[in-house]
Write a protein of this length. Structure first.
Length: 204
């Protein structure tokens, strides 16, 4: 394949195009190491060496660093690597590498996410956030089941009422209706909100 473009993307890194298509990013020193010059041919052997000796090693280290920084979903990790301009096959290999060590586990991530937010957010809000992070719906349901009802939606509503300084003795109908609307927008069901507000008079 012919090197058709060498475009700087930072002071030290360059985007390499082969046969008119973006291929990968290399550091300045690596251009010299692999004798990459615009208009010249790049052999299949050299391409494979770049992929295995440079890009894959770099992507694996980047993936490990990202996961040591914070737990992530597979989708989030892939997106970070895509933003790093790694080729798709390198991203796939790096993801499989960290998964093989147990560092990447969407089921575990979903369970931890649900457990840390139960009693604070509604199931609907938690589910929406996990879907946005790319967690499959079946893993989300498994996570809810694994975490049970401990610290469930009723507790979350009570905490929000406390935060709002809700006083059932002094609250008028208008204030209560505003609370219903607020909690509905948070994803809580009308029936759960009604039960908590009714019982809140007893607890208060």
């Amino acid at each position: 394949m012919k090197v058709t473009g060498i475009e700087p993307c930072s002071k030290t890194k360059y985007k390499i195009s082969l046969d008119g298509k973006f291929a990968f990013v290399l550091y300045k020193g690596e251009l010299s190491r692999f004798h990459i010059r615009e208009g010249e041919e790049l052999s299949e052997e050299t391409q494979q060496k770049i992929y295995s000796d440079v890009l894959l090693k770099r992507a694996k280290l980047r993936a490990l660093h990202l996961l040591s920084d914070m737990d992530r979903t597979e989708n989030a990790l892939r997106e970070k690597l895509r933003l790093g301009l790694y080729p798709q096959e390198i991203i796939d290999a790096a993801v499989e590498y960290v998964r093989s060590f147990g560092y990447l586990n969407d089921a575990r991530y979903a369970e931890n996410f649900v457990r840390s937010r139960q009693g604070i957010k509604s199931r609907r809000e938690i589910r929406a956030q996990l879907l946005q992070k790319g967690v499959p719906s079946e893993l989300i349901e498994d996570a809810f089941e694994a975490c049970g009802e401990e610290g469930g939606e009723a507790d979350a509503i009570r905490r929000l009422l406390e935060k709002k300084r809700f006083d059932p003795v002094c609250a008028d109908e208008r204030e209560i209706q505003r609370l219903y609307g607020y909690l509905a927008r948070k994803g809580f069901s009308y029936e759960t909100v009604r039960q908590v507000i009714q019982n809140y008079e007893v607890d208060a």
